[in-house]
Design a protein around this ligand. Structure first.
Ligand code: ATR
Length: 276
């Protein structure tokens, strides 16, 4: 039996087992995918003994993505740019890592808003945490010319901007009404709008009709931001698709099959999210 897992702290809320077990069953693979609670500071030790513990590989979630990056023998280029790893496997005793959050975000946009990248010169990204760092890198790599970053803590936005000279403009939240008319794509990477968190307050009146709106929050499935955008006729991309697509590369590495993100899988996760 091939085994994989997800490490994080806390870990009980992580939905990856639902996704991977769905695929294991669908493809008739003798395998399992479990949640492993690993305390802050414990990721490097766990990863170094991954094979001894019987795992072909693992996903890495909060708070271990940077520690996992540091613990790798080899890191794929996309993860080097972001400084964080969320998918790990071993090969001949060497630990190899990648970052599928970035590819998952882009693949989801490709799926939900085909052709989104044809006319995106200017993207506005809300937030400057780990997710924003990857998403900004991904957008620039796909040909977006300029990213405007707005974050509560300006210093974190400036740190991301320093990694992409001339491509990122840092603004304050209060500047957004003046910035939005020029946006082709608006992405929320903050936790605002998530169940139990503060709402995301941002009037969308100034957005042009062709602008695309995307949110990485997936609890609730349709955030107030996405509902408002859809009501105004904008094309939107919800966060659940990113979660599903980021799981694909790991499954492929560990279990040897490239799995499909199907409507049935989407419905399974959506039901689980609605049920909580
Ligand atoms: P992730 O890895 O998911 O990006 P993170 O690194 O904790 O998680 O980042 C969370 C993002 O949500 C940050 O941009 C954070 O803003 P700060 O950098 O100022 O902390 C943003 N965020 C969280 N709560 C917020 C709030 N109440 N108001 C504004 N922004 C908030």
């Amino acid at each position: 039996m091939i085994r994989a897992c997800c490490i994080g702290w806390p870990i009980h809320h992580v939905r990856s087992p639902l996704i991977h077990r769905f695929w294991l069953k669908a493809y008739g693979i003798d395998g399992d995918y479990s949640r492993e609670a690993v305390e802050p500071g414990g990721a490097a030790d766990f990863l170094r003994t991954l094979a001894d513990r019987g795992f072909a590989g693992c996903n890495v979630t909060i708070p271990h993505k940077e520690a996992a990056f540091a613990a790798m023998d080899e890191v794929e280029p996309g993860a080097v740019a972001v400084g964080a790893v969320n998918t790990v496997w071993h090969d001949g005793g060497r630990l190899i890592g990648m970052n599928s959050d970035v590819t998952g975000f882009l693949r989801n946009l490709d799926d939900q808003v085909p052709g989104w990248d044809v006319e995106v010169g200017h993207a506005v990204v809300l937030g400057a945490g780990g997710a924003a760092r990857g998403i900004v890198h991904g957008l620039l790599s796909r040909g977006v010319e300029i990213v405007t970053l707005a974050n509560r803590s300006r210093g974190k936005a400036e740190a991301i901007a320093a990694g992409h000279p001339g491509r990122i403009r840092v603004v304050t939240w209060d500047d957004l009404p003046a910035i939005l008319p020029g946006a082709d794509l608006l992405v929320n990477t903050t936790s605002l709008g998530m169940s139990g968190q503060l709402p995301l307050v941002l009037p969308l009146d100034a957005l042009k009709p062709s602008a695309v709106v995307s949110d990485i929050v997936y609890v609730p499935l349709t955030t107030p931001l996405l509902a408002d955008a859809a009501r105004r006729g904008h094309r939107t991309a919800e966060g659940l698709g990113m979660l599903l697509h980021q799981a694909v590369p790991g499954f492929q590495k560990w279990f040897g099959v490239t799995p499909e993100v199907t409507a049935e899988l989407h419905a399974l996760l959506a039901a689980d999210i609605r049920g909580h």
